[in-house]
Design a protein around this ligand. Structure first.
Ligand SMILES: *[C@@H]1O[C@H](CO)[C@@H](O)[C@H](O)[C@H]1NC(C)=O
Ligand SMILES: *[C@@H]1O[C@H](CO)[C@@H](O)[C@H](O)[C@H]1NC(C)=O
Ligand SMILES: *[C@@H]1O[C@H](CO)[C@@H](O)[C@H](O)[C@H]1NC(C)=O
Ligand SMILES: *[C@@H]1O[C@H](CO)[C@@H](O)[C@H](O)[C@H]1NC(C)=O
Ligand SMILES: *[C@@H]1O[C@H](CO)[C@@H](O)[C@H](O)[C@H]1NC(C)=O
Ligand SMILES: *[C@@H]1O[C@H](CO)[C@@H](O)[C@H](O)[C@H]1NC(C)=O
Ligand SMILES: *[C@@H]1O[C@H](CO)[C@@H](O)[C@H](O)[C@H]1NC(C)=O
Ligand SMILES: *[C@@H]1O[C@H](CO)[C@@H](O)[C@H](O)[C@H]1NC(C)=O
Ligand SMILES: *[C@@H]1O[C@H](CO)[C@@H](O)[C@H](O)[C@H]1NC(C)=O
Ligand SMILES: *[C@@H]1O[C@H](CO)[C@@H](O)[C@H](O)[C@H]1NC(C)=O
Ligand SMILES: *[C@@H]1O[C@H](CO)[C@@H](O)[C@H](O)[C@H]1NC(C)=O
Ligand SMILES: *[C@@H]1O[C@H](CO)[C@@H](O)[C@H](O)[C@H]1NC(C)=O
Length: 819
């Protein structure tokens, strides 16, 4: 039978939706309340009917309380109930589900369940029922004749089975089975016409079956589901399942003493059955030799309508050439995890596999499931001769050669849509890889060591989902994602080392062909920087995860990704967003109200530098996921939460203002200080400065004097007479007469020799400079006169700076007691 996958899926989805809807309704209107019959129990109304669900699990009850009669479902799970009082359920004819698991019940009496005429489901697992005739009184299940599901698991380790043959409505039975004898399902089980499901699994109960023969299930020919997983089976003889022609599902997983070769007996028995789901996971011991899936193992399945086949953990290394042809056309999925496959001649056979989903993860990894489960087997170990083809180490040497020799492309089952090669310890560079024409939609090769992705990978036009996570990849070539990745929508790259290569992709070439992608996960890649154009072509991107990297700044182009709804930047090293980043985000958020970004666990700072960022947090239309968790470091090095950003913003604002004040104060202070300093210096050297100034001026007007050597200089005057105007009579009448007329000394007097037109100061400086000496006529008037003091100081400067400290000043005290 071919299932219409899509249809059944959508029907199922609609069903789930309905159930959820119903539950939502129930949940909305009816709530758990304390029950009337026992306040420690919780009760809830079921829809509009009067009936109740009661939950008394884990309440340390020692006895079953007397119940009200409108209870429909009751859980007494995980209490300390040791006996079921006779007739306690009389009046509870509405009860359909009763869970008594995890108690200490040791006996079921005839009247234990009296009154439960409509009970459909009874759970007695994990009790103290020893499965002896003392545990179950004759007709123990007399009153529960409508029971459909019974669970008696984890009670007994004996080969006794209680009388269940009265339970004619029974559909599903879960029971312990501990027996070394051939069969404990006696002829009475043949009366249970409606029994379809038998669960003996040792995962949830006690199971020890040892040997299965055609007698074991002789009276169970009606069943459709049989679970024999973890049942310590040592042998399954041919014929065991032959009578079970209605079987849809058979699970013999985790019976490691069986050895993989037993598969042949099983499939032979099932060749005429209705089998749809066959599980033979871990039926080969961990210490066994590698196995080969042979034609004889599976060729009997050819005429069945098998849909799913599981053979994980069987050390399968090769598949016999031609064997795969015998798998039925109905097969849809295969689980071949945890085997040791290597490349072989069978590879081209893969093409004819009818499956759509294949899981070959965990190749050559250690057996995860079995490490804690080791069985002791009766049979001696098999001896398997290892030829060169059997030796996968030898094969691996030829691995890449083989790869290259597949000229027409890598063989892929024609209809395969999903393939998983996770955790397979593949340590290769991904070379140029051409798939043969295929319908692949989902590829997962995560958790390997595919360290360099060179590519290009071609012929993957249907591919929608690619998982390359956890591969220690540090090198992706720009042609790896070929233009054939037209339909790729989900790209999982987390947990690699792409931080070593992505920052160099300045031109945005690595992802340039992925135009349809809606999801990229680059979490945990040690990325420090995303180049501006990396995502330039991802116009349809909706979710981008960059969490757990070392990104310090967001400076890549984003604004073109209008559909972006989630940008995860959690756990990076971002201290603040640049104006560019804020603009980019806002330009999306204006159009797309769903844009959410996560900045938790970064080194955010809230100080004057990030003032605009904090302001942005308040006003941006971007949704900040988990904003209340954001921590930011303030300028005092304390951590503040951004739960209320407006508050934080105000604090910053105040702080920054006082900061500004401080800066202004400081600068003005410094300026004033410099000013005062300069002033002081100018004042201290005021005469020198003036002197120099005028000297320059003088020399400018009178360039000849420059060239003249100081010592041999010819002076225009012998002496410049500096005097106060009040004393001019003395100078003009007495001094001039005495010195110039009689002494022949050429004097310079300001009234007589100063050049009109020049300003006084220049005249004075020039006169002093051009006179050999300066005669000061000192008097009280002199001291009071500004210009006299100017002349005095200027001549002092002249003596110091021009005449090598030669004394040129002659002081003539005109008045005796002027001081
Ligand atoms: C169930 O509904 C009845 C009325 O229909 C109400 O009296 C009763 O309290 C409800 N019980 C619970 C547990 O909600
Ligand atoms: C049941 O009773 C025993 C002692 O009688 C006690 O140790 C145990 O904790 C009880 N268990 C529960 C689930 O009440
Ligand atoms: C019975 O109880 C066990 C343990 O609580 C649980 O795992 C199992 O699903 C239940 N079975 C049925 C048929 O209710
Ligand atoms: C219990 O079983 C033993 C043997 O298995 C039998 O001798 C005995 O009569 C049985 N007791 C009852 C009450 O059925
Ligand atoms: C049955 O045997 C298993 C292991 O042999 C043991 O763990 C379990 O406790 C036993 N159960 C009973 C009820 O004796
Ligand atoms: C067995 O199942 C069928 C169909 O589900 C039903 O009509 C019939 O009543 C059931 N038999 C018993 C004894 O419950
Ligand atoms: C058999 O039982 C085990 C343990 O409950 C479960 O994991 C497994 O899925 C079951 N097999 C089938 C085919 O349902
Ligand atoms: C499958 O059925 C065909 C025709 O009915 C028959 O010839 C063939 O032998 C069968 N194969 C097996 C393995 O039973
Ligand atoms: C079977 O193999 C195991 C592990 O290799 C070994 O310890 C054991 O002795 C072998 N048994 C026989 C009978 O060869
Ligand atoms: C990346 O791989 C290519 C092709 O193998 C190689 O040429 C290149 O040097 C590698 N780059 C780095 C940084 O390792
Ligand atoms: C991305 O990968 C990380 C690591 O496996 C995972 O925790 C995270 O949930 C992923 N992101 C999304 C958006 O699924
Ligand atoms: C935002 O999200 C809602 C619900 O997930 C969706 O219905 C709506 O179309 C989205 N809006 C945009 C602009 O993507």
């Amino acid at each position: 039978m071919m299932w219409n996958n899509n249809l059944s899926y959508s029907l199922f989805a609609a069903f789930v939706l309905l159930i959820n809807l119903k539950q939502a309704l129930v949940h909305e209107v009816y709530e758990w309340k304390a029950c009337c019959f026992a306040s420690s129990c919780l009760c809830k109304n079921i829809s509009v009917s009067e009936q109740l669900i009661a939950d008394c699990s884990g309440k340390h009850l020692l006895r079953i309380p007397r119940l009200q009669n409108n209870i429909q479902e009751l859980s007494l799970r995980n209490n300390n109930i040791s006996t079921i009082q006779d007739g306690i359920f009389v009046g509870n004819s509405l009860l359909t589900t009763l869970d008594l698991s995890f108690n200490r019940i040791s006996q079921i009496r005839t009247n234990s369940f009296k009154g439960l005429t409509n009970l459909l489901s009874l759970n007695l697992s994990n009790n103290d029922l020893k499965y002896e005739n003392r545990s179950f009184e004759y007709s123990a299940f007399y009153f529960v004749e409508n029971l459909k599901n019974l669970n008696l698991k984890r009670n007994a380790n004996t080969s006794f089975l209680p009388d269940l043959w009265k339970l004619r409505s029974l559909e599903s039975l879960s029971i312990d089975y501990v027996s070394d004898s051939i069969s404990i399902f006696n002829e009475k089980f043949a009366n249970l016409k409606n029994l379809t499901s038998v669960d003996l699994s040792g995962f949830t109960g006690n199971c020890k079956m040892t040997i299965l023969t055609e007698k074991t299930f002789l009276f169970l020919s009606q069943i459709t589901h049989l679970n024999l997983s973890k049942c310590k089976i040592q042998h399954i003889f041919k014929g065991t399942f032959t009578l079970l022609t209605n079987l849809l599902e058979l699970d013999v997983s985790l019976n490691t003493c069986l050895r993989f070769e037993t598969l042949e007996s099983i499939t032979t028995d099932l060749q005429h059955s209705a089998i749809k789901n066959l599980k033979v996971n871990y039926i080969h011991g961990i210490f066994g030799m590698p196995t080969i899936l042979k034609t004889s193992h599976i060729w009997n399945l050819k005429n069945t309508s098998l849909v799913r086949f599981e053979a994980a953990g069987n050390l399968i290394q090769r598949i016999e050439y031609g064997a795969l042809k015998y798998l039925p056309k109905s097969l849809e999925s295969a689980d071949m995890r945890d085997n040791v496959f290597s490349i072989g001649k069978y590879m081209p056979d893969l093409r004819s596999l009818p499956i759509t989903s294949l899981d070959i993860s965990n190749i050559r990894s250690s057996h995860n499931v079995l490490t804690s489960y080791i069985e002791h087997c009766d049979s001696p170990n098999d001896t398997v001769i290892i030829d060169s083809e059997n030796n996968w180490l030898f094969q691996q040497l030829q691995y890449l050669e083989m790869w290259k020799s597949l000229k027409y492309g890598f063989p892929v089952p024609r209809g395969l849509k999903t393939v998983s090669l996770r955790s397979s310890n593949l340590k290769y560079e991904i070379p140029n890889f051409i798939f043969i024409k295929n319908q692949l939609e989902i590829i997962s090769v995560s958790d390997n060591v595919l360290h360099t992705w060179t590519g290009p990978i071609t012929n993957v036009k249907s591919l929608k989902f690619l998982d390359l996570s956890s591969n220690f990849c540090s090198n992706v070539s720009k042609k790896f994602f070929s233009p054939d990745f037209v339909n790729l929508r989900y790209l999982l790259l987390q947990n690699n080392l792409l931080g070593l290569i992505l920052p160099t992709d300045v031109g945005g070439e690595i992802f340039q062909n992925l135009r349809d992608v809606v999801y990229i996960n680059l979490s945990k890649n040690r990325i420090t920087n995303i180049p501006n154009l990396l995502f330039q072509k991802q116009l349809n991107l909706e979710r981008l995860d960059l969490s757990e990297n070392m990104i310090e700044e967001i400076n890549f182009k984003l604004s073109h990704i209008k559909k972006l709804t989630s940008l995860n930047l959690r756990n990076n090293r971002i201290s603040t967003l640049s104006q560019y980043a804020m603009n980019e985000l806002d330009s999306i958020a204006k159009i797309n109200k769903n844009l959410t970004i996560d900045l938790a666990e970064n080194n955010l700072v809230c100080n004057c530098d990030s003032q605009t960022f904090v302001e942005w947090i308040i006003y941006t239309p971007t949704i900040l996921h988990h904003r209340e968790e954001y921590e930011c470091k303030t300028s005092q090095n304390t951590i503040s939460l951004l739960r209320n950003p407006s508050e934080v913003y105000e604090t910053i604002q105040k702080e920054c203002m006082s900061y500004e004040g401080l800066i202004i104060g400081l600068t003005t202070g410094i300026l004033i200080f410099i000013f005062i300093l300069c002033g002081g210096i100018v004042y201290r050297y005021r005469w020198k400065l003036r002197y120099l100034y005028y000297m320059v001026k003088v020399k400018w007007h009178d360039p000849e004097s420059k060239s003249v050597n100081k010592d041999e200089r010819l002076y225009m005057y012998d002496a410049f007479v500096s005097y106060a105007n009040e004393d001019h009579t003395f100078v003009h009448n007495t001094l001039l007469h005495k010195l110039e007329k009689n002494g022949g000394v050429q004097l310079c007097l300001h009234r007589r020799n100063f050049l009109p037109g020049n300003d006084i100061a220049t005249n004075i400086t020039s006169a002093i400079h051009n006179s050999r000496k300066t005669i000061v006529i000192m008097s009280s008037n002199y001291l009071a006169s500004y210009w006299c003091m100017f002349e005095y100081n200027m001549s002092k400067m002249e003596s110091i700076y021009e005449r090598n400290c030669e004394n040129i000043l002659f002081l003539v005290f005109y008045e005796q007691n002027f001081c």
